[in-house]
Design a binder for this molecule. Structure first.
Ligand SMILES: *[C@@H]1O[C@H](CO)[C@@H](O)[C@H](O)[C@H]1NC(C)=O
Ligand SMILES: *[C@@H]1O[C@H](CO)[C@@H](O)[C@H](O)[C@H]1NC(C)=O
Ligand SMILES: *[C@@H]1O[C@H](CO)[C@@H](O)[C@H](O)[C@H]1NC(C)=O
Ligand SMILES: *[C@@H]1O[C@H](CO)[C@@H](O)[C@H](O)[C@H]1NC(C)=O
Length: 337
């Protein structure tokens, strides 16, 4: 019995040896630097194990085949995507991630990461998509993110970032999507954001503690979507409208905006959602609203007055779209006196 077992063991060892050597010596596409970094990440995240996908990485095999979390580029055989979703890491971002210098996409989405964004992230100069949303990341949003010139989209939403939005983000030439919602950000929206001259821009910054006026120069940015709801922003935003914009979705609700809405002559024809509720907006509803194909309009809880213009979608909205104003009247509210 013992001899059989011994023999069995011997055969397995030989097979093991062969497969290991075949993989490492002949057929591995994976770059040794990438493999080293990934094995460091595995070691760091495996104590205690908290991602089955990463625990499953077998050091004897080609890391280009570990395609659950990472993806190897077909031409260069370098790791270009690292995508971990839903894990309970409870520790800072693994430092070895920043040694995967060919990364173009980095996602740690809903992974309970803690700590801040380290400077080593600037090693990822090819990065296009960065998603660190739904974590417990804290500290400030570092201005060195502005060094990552290839970024197209940054998602830092649902974290605990504090401090102000770094002006340096405007130095990223092709950035078109910025998610900063649900953090504890303070200060204003940087005036440098007027440098965003991309064809279109998507800005999500709701549920922070942003204050001050939205800089007038931001009228030069072609926002497709702007959601800055639930902040403490003040002043006038009428310059964000205009005939020649392609704004589709605008949510400015629950701020401290104060301007005369009657002064807005033209709205972008693309506008589908406009929420201005819970502000201090005065004047009357501009007649230009009747020309729009709006799905949603909410101007409730302001200081508006006068007749709701007749036409377009305006009589189709619920009364709650208009209620709690100074003296708005006409359908769907009660008749004007
Ligand atoms: C993150 O941590 C919370 C609190 O411990 C836990 O309820 C949640 O399931 C964790 N998230 C994931 C994706 O494991
Ligand atoms: C974020 O702001 C909220 C409300 O002001 C506060 O209760 C919370 O402690 C803040 N969190 C951090 C991490 O600063
Ligand atoms: C479009 O808007 C910009 C910024 O407000 C303005 O400078 C420009 O003259 C407008 N162009 C047209 C054709 O209306
Ligand atoms: C408009 O906003 C107010 C305030 O947030 C809300 O109570 C109401 O339900 C909203 N109405 C519609 C139609 O969205």
């Amino acid at each position: 019995m013992a001899a059989v077992n011994y023999f069995h063991c011997f055969i397995i060892s030989i097979l093991f040896f062969l497969s290991f050597h075949t993989d490492t010596a002949f057929s591995q596409r994976c770059h040794p630097n990438d493999k080293k970094a990934l094995l460091e990440i595995r070691k760091y995240l495996n104590s205690p194990p908290n991602s089955n996908l990463i625990s499953a990485w077998d050091p004897r095999t080609d890391c280009c085949d570990w395609n659950q979390v990472v993806q190897c580029d077909g031409a260069t055989n370098r790791i270009t995507i690292f995508n971990l979703l839903l894990a309970d890491l409870n520790r800072p971002i693994p430092a070895a991630v920043f040694d995967l210098v060919f990364l173009e996409e980095l996602y740690f989405h809903e992974t309970n990461l803690t700590g801040g964004i380290p400077r080593a992230i600037t090693q990822l100069s090819r990065l296009k998509y960065l998603d660190l949303s739904l974590n417990h990341l804290s500290g400030t949003i570092p201005s060195f993110l502005g060094h990552l010139k290839n970024l197209v989209s940054i998602d830092l939403s649902y974290n605990q970032f504090t401090g102000s939005i770094p002006a340096s983000l405007s130095q990223i030439p092709n950035l078109n999507t910025l998610f900063l919602d649900r953090n504890n950000l303070t200060g204003g929206i940087p005036a440098t954001f007027s440098d965003f001259r991309q064809g279109e821009f998507f800005l999500y910054a709701s549920r922070n503690h942003l204050s001050g006026e939205i800089p007038r120069k931001l009228g030069e940015v072609n926002f497709k979507l702007i959601d800055v709801s639930r902040n403490m922003l003040e002043g006038d935003i009428s310059f964000l409208f205009g005939k020649n914009k392609s704004l589709i979705y605008a949510d400015f609700s629950s701020n401290l905006l104060r301007f005369d809405f009657s002064t807005v002559e033209y709205f972008p024809t693309s506008l589908g959602t406009l929420d201005l509720s819970h502000n201090r907006i005065t004047g009357s509803l501009p007649v230009g609203l009747v020309d729009l194909n709006l799905d949603r309009l909410n101007v409730s809880y302001n200081r508006l007055c006068g007749q709701i213009p007749v036409g377009g979608q305006l009589q189709g909205f619920e009364t709650t779209s208009y209620f709690h104003n100074k003296c708005l009247c006409g359908a769907p509210l009660i008749k004007c006196k």
